[in-house]
Design a protein around this ligand. Structure first.
Ligand SMILES: [Zn+2]
Length: 60
């Protein structure tokens, strides 16, 4: 499976994201542990949005 690397905003490391990732999926940086929500741009670009800013209730 192909992966793309997106720069981690927190530590500048590379966050690996599967190329067929679904928007809204949560990926984590293996270097610093930050979690990001995947956002797919209009051009199919993969972007990461800090998951901590998302006030979503994931339930327990
Ligand atoms: Zn990081």
């Amino acid at each position: 499976m192909k992966k793309v690397e997106v720069e981690c905003e927190q530590c500048g490391g590379q966050v690996q994201v599967p190329k067929d990732v679904i928007a809204g999926e949560i990926v984590g940086c293996k270097d610093c542990g930050s979690e990001y929500e995947v956002v797919i741009g209009a051009q199919g670009t993969i972007e990461l949005k800090s998951a901590e800013q998302v006030g979503e209730d994931w339930g327990e």
